[in-house]
Design a protein around this ligand. Structure first.
Ligand code: SDX
Length: 433
């Protein structure tokens, strides 16, 4: 409770001299309450104008907590550092979707369900083979997930809990198959079917890299590192792609169509596409000696330091710290990525430079992840697919929360109209005469 004993805001509209008292709840006011501030009964009430929703809460959520100033990230209250060290991606997926860690039976049932839904309808394979040889795998993933809604038309019954559960299991299970097949398509290699004897992440690596050998044998250190990367990407509260999933989901469309929208948002270079952009940036810099020139380009506004900066984190992204450590484990197996040295020097310089310090720009989740993915022999265009596989449980947990939230309505923001009004139309014949 505040000093005055009242959690309210008193607002004076100087246009009318009228005072208004507005409730403050959980550090926010309801934008709708501003609607009662008007100059007269016929004029519209006040709205808020917030491009990019920099200071607007769109929902109440208990899935993920972030403290950007302190660099804290928790899934359902559990610190990301503990989950990355002690949990598995499928257990974290269960936690995000169900809101609690599973018992042994719940865990085993969950893993069994997901393991036995990794196969795709053969027509999806035909559909994917229709893409150009050089189609970006994110475009293929977005289209294929959207197409899945036509294979499971019952997924539109979003008010049916069992049906929701089935679609959630299917999407978590099939995302690696779709991602691996998009990769094999680009490589011109035969698609590898899921192997139900392998763990989730091992199976993904097998579908990516298995050739003529009977059984794919992944290095357990690489499997563990990729599983941790999936955990780190699993959710991140109301980021751009989750906002897309919620916005599209608010029309009560099926979850496949909602997640396809999220994949589209993640595809963008300012969001999930940043990990791919980081590698291209490091390659362009080429050597440590070129870093000062590049930094100058950033300050002149001709470059963007990809993998740096974040809407929420004004401190080191906790995920970047864990990924940086995972680099060592992976490079022990694959050999050090030569670009690591440039990345580390770039980070060292940026963290001391006033331009970045003043803007609180620190490495984010994308700064080092690309270096690991490249060490796995993934081409840059696959990096965001890996991000999407990791983020799928988070998108679905947020979608599930949305469809069960009585406070939610179809997303339909206002605008401030700046165009012409009531023009008289002149038919083309007269206009062109
Ligand atoms: C992800 O939201 C999430 O949670 C996303 C994510 C998730 O898990 O879902 O964490 C994943 O998307 C991580 C971010 C990956 N993107 C990048 O690495 C691309 C580079 N970073 C940026 O473009 C930028 O920092 C954003 C998009 C991440 C954040 O943009 P904001 O919050 O809108 O910040 P801004 O663009 O308003 O920047 C504030 C200032 C500006 O300078 P001024 O205009 O005030 O002079 O900082 C500058 C920007 O020019 N700035 C950068 C910069 N990022 C911001 N300058 C140089 N390099 C950068 N990377």
């Amino acid at each position: 409770m505040s000093a005055s004993g009242k959690d309210t805001l008193t607002v004076r509209d100087n246009r009318t001299g009228q005072d208004y008292e507005i409730e403050i709840t959980d550090g926010a006011i309801r934008a709708a309450d501003l609607g009662k501030i008007r100059t007269d009964d016929d004029s519209p009430g006040l709205s808020t104008y917030d491009p990019g929703f920099v200071n607007t809460a769109s929902c109440r959520s208990s899935v993920t907590y972030i403290d950007g100033e302190k660099g804290i990230l928790e899934y359902r209250g559990y610190p990301i550092e503990q989950l990355a060290e002690h949990s598995s991606f499928l257990e974290v997926a269960y936690l995000l979707i169900h809101g609690a860690l599973p018992t042994k039976d719940e865990h085993d049932t969950w893993v069994h369900e997901i393991t036995h839904h990794t196969f795709l309808h053969e027509n999806i394979k035909t559909f994917m083979q229709g893409f150009r040889y050089d189609a970006h795998p994110m475009g293929m993933l977005m289209a294929s997930v959207g197409a899945l809604s036509t294979f499971y038309p019952e997924s539109g019954r979003i008010d049916d809990a069992d049906n929701r559960h089935m679609q959630i299991v299917r999407m978590i299970a099939k995302m690696p198959t779709l991602g691996a097949w998009a990769f094999r398509h680009a490589q011109g290699k035969p698609y590898v079917y899921p192997d139900n004897e392998l763990s989730y992440t091992e199976n993904f690596l097998a579908m990516l890299f298995k050739m003529s050998e009977q059984k794919f044998d992944a290095d357990p250190r690489l499997v563990k590192a990729l599983d941790i990367l999936f955990i780190l990407h699993a959710d991140h509260e109301q980021n751009c792609s989750t906002n897309a999933v919620r916005s599209v989901g608010s029309s009560q469309v099926d979850p496949y169509s909602s997640v396809a929208a999220g994949i589209g948002a993640l595809y963008g270079p300012l969001h999930g596409g940043a990990n791919e952009a980081v590698l291209r940036m490091l390659r362009r810099i080429g050597s440590k000696e070129n870093i000062p020139d590049f930094i100058k380009g950033v300050k002149d506004g001709n470059e963007r330091l990809m993998g740096f900066g974040h809407r929420v984190y004004k401190n080191y992204d906790p995920r970047a710290k864990i990924i940086k450590k995972a680099c060592d484990d992976v490079f022990e197996v694959t050999g050090v990525n030569p670009l690591l040295e440039i990345a580390q020097e770039l980070e060292r310089i940026a963290l001391e430079d006033e331009y970045f310090v003043k803007r609180k720009l620190y490495p984010n989740v994308d700064f080092y992840s690309g270096l690991i993915y490249e060490a796995f022999q993934f081409p840059p265009e696959m990096f965001t697919v890996l991000f999407a596989i990791g983020r799928t449980p988070g998108w679905l947990a947020q979608w599930l929360e949305l469809v069960q939230d009585k406070d939610q309505r179809i997303a339909r923001p206002k605008q401030i109209y700046t165009g012409d009004r009531t023009l008289d139309f002149v038919p083309a014949a007269q206009r062109w005469a």
